[in-house]
Design a protein around this ligand. Sequence first.
Ligand code: GDP
Length: 363
Amino acid sequence: MLKAGIVGLPNVGKSTLFNALVANAQAQAANFPFCTIEPNVGTVAVPDERLDQLTKLSSSIDTIPTRMEFVDIAGLVKGASQGEGLGNKFLANIREVDAIVHVIRCFEDDDVIHVSGSVGPARDAEVINLELGLADLAQIEKRRERLKKQMRTSKEAQQEDAALERIQTVLEDGGAARSVELGEEEALMIKPLGLLTAKPIIYATNVSEEDLAEGNAFCTEVINLAANEGAETVRISAQVEAELIELGDDERSDYLEGLGVSEGGLQSLIQATYRLLGLRTYFTTGEKETRAWTFKAGMTAPQAAGVIHTDFERGFIRAQTIGWEKLIEAGSFAEARNKGWLRSEGKDYVVDEGDVMEFLFNV
Ligand code: GDP
C-alpha cells in the first residue's frame, strides 16, 4: 500500500492530525478485522460520496471504501540532516514514504510554544525543505563519488552523473529535486536514491477553528509558496478534527455548521493525498457489497482486476464497464444494458477514474 508521511516542525499539529486520522480508522476498524494499527502508521478510509450512490442503486448490504496509509514522522528539526534530534532516523523514515504531507502552523496560540518563537509559515516551510534538500545533497555527493570510477568505462554511469549534477545545482540553489525534468531513463536511474525532495508534496495549513471557513494571511503565504512549486495546499484544523472525534453525528453537523464549513479538512486532505500518490478508484457493485478499489493511473483492465485477486489478472477474459455517473443515470445495470451503455472491454482497456467494473475471467 502506498504511504504518505506527515512531516513538519514540532508543535505544528502533526500528532493531533494523525490521531484524528487514526481515530477515524479505528471507528471503521470493525469492518477490517485484519487491519492492524501501528503506533505511527494509520490506515484510513478514502471518503467517497460515489460509494453511497452506488450502494443505493444496488441495495448493497455492505459498503467498503478503499484505503491508504499515513505515517506520522515526528521529530524533524533544524539540523536534522546533520544528525541533530535523531535527525537521520527521521529522514530515513521519510525516505520510505511515497508522498509528503507538510503540515504548516497557521494558528496563533500563546500556550503552544513555537520552536522559532513566532508563527511564520514561509520560514517554517523553508526550514523543513532545507533539511530535506541538505539530506539529498549529501546523498548525491556520496553517489557521485562512487560513480567517478565507473564513469571511465560506463555510459550509464556518465548519464546518471549528468542527471545528478543537474539536480545538485537546483538543490544548491534552494530548489527541490522534483522540479528537475528528467527523461524516463534518468528517472529510473536515480530512483534507488530515494531523494526526499523528489517525492510529491502537499501542504496542509493548520488553522484554528475560527479561521477554518475563510483561512487567514498565514494560509495565503503558504498558498503562494506552494503555487511557486506547483504544489497543492489543503486547509485543515487539526483541533476541530480532534473535537469531532468526541461528537455524535448530529452534534458534528451542528458544530461544523456553526463554523461555516462542511468538514474539518481531513476528508479533503485524504482525497488530495490519494490523488497526489497517483491513485485512482474503480468500483464493483452488487447486492452483497459496493466497493471501491484502488488502482494506479494508467493501469489496464487485467492489471486493475489483479488488484482484487491475482487470479483475476491471470485468467482475465474481458470486463463489462460503465462510468459510475452513467450507471446512476440509467438507474440499474439492466437498464444500462438496454440503452447500450454497458461496454465490453478487452485486455488493452485503460481503466478510467470512476469506472464500475465487472470482470469475466477463467479460473
Ligand atoms: P506536533 O508536534 O506537530 O505533533 O504537534 P501536536 O499535534 O502535538 O500539537 C502541539 C500543540 O498544539 C498541542 O497542544 C495541540 O493541542 C495544539 N494544536 C494543534 N492544532 C491546533 C490548532 O489548530 N489550534 C490551536 N490553538 N492549537 C492547536
